[in-house]
Design a protein around this ligand. Structure first.
Ligand SMILES: Nc1ncnc2c1ncn2[C@@H]1O[C@H](COP(=O)(O)OP(=O)(O)OP(=O)(O)O)[C@@H](O)[C@H]1O
Ligand SMILES: [Mg+2]
Length: 142
């Protein structure tokens, strides 16, 4: 870590229990700008639980999260996303009756004033990053 490095996120003394199991006991984590971390531990060590707390899925039983110097408490994944924290979860659950685009944009749907999905715009949003790879994309997705 450089001396003038900027601390982006700090998790202090995080504890989290589920019925019958203490998943996290006094866990600390700190991330500085530009860093990439690998969270390593045996099955059930609490890696996903820690990341879910950072992503607003769970609230900690105790402990603090400091984002760019300010203490925060996420009540939802939406609240975490609003300040730039987004998680690609280990175990993905797809909604079988939704389209690929609707699954990718779950929780970030593009709706009109009546709450009706803008399907074309959503499809374009998820395929745009794939431009340049078009020969590999099934025609029905474009
Ligand atoms: N929603 C939940 N309800 C009850 N117990 C849970 C829940 N989520 C996790 N646990 C328990 O908390 C502990 C930590 O689980 P966690 O999924 O965070 O571990 P992990 O390090 O991500 O494991 P893995 O390497 O298998 O992904 C485990 O004992 C697990 O059974
Ligand atoms: Mg896990």
């Amino acid at each position: 870590m450089k001396k003038d490095a900027v601390e982006v996120v700090r998790m202090e003394s995080i504890c989290k229990s589920f019925p019958g199991v203490q998943a996290l006991n006094d866990v600390n984590f700190s991330g500085y700008r530009g860093e990439i971390h690998a969270l390593v531990g045996e099955n059930g060590a609490g890696k996903s639980t820690l990341i879910k707390i950072l992503g607003g899925v769970f609230q900690p039983d105790s402990g603090n999260i400091i984002l760019k110097g300010k203490e925060i408490a996420f009540k939802s994944t939406h609240a975490a996303r609003m300040v730039g924290i987004s998680v690609v979860h280990q175990e993905l659950v797809l909604v079988p009756y939704l389209s690929v685009a609707e699954n990718i944009l779950l929780g970030q749907e593009d709706c009109n004033k009546l709450g009706i999905l803008r399907s074309l715009s959503m499809r374009q949003a998820v395929t745009r990053p794939l431009h340049g790879f078009q020969e590999y994309i099934p025609k029905e997705l474009l």
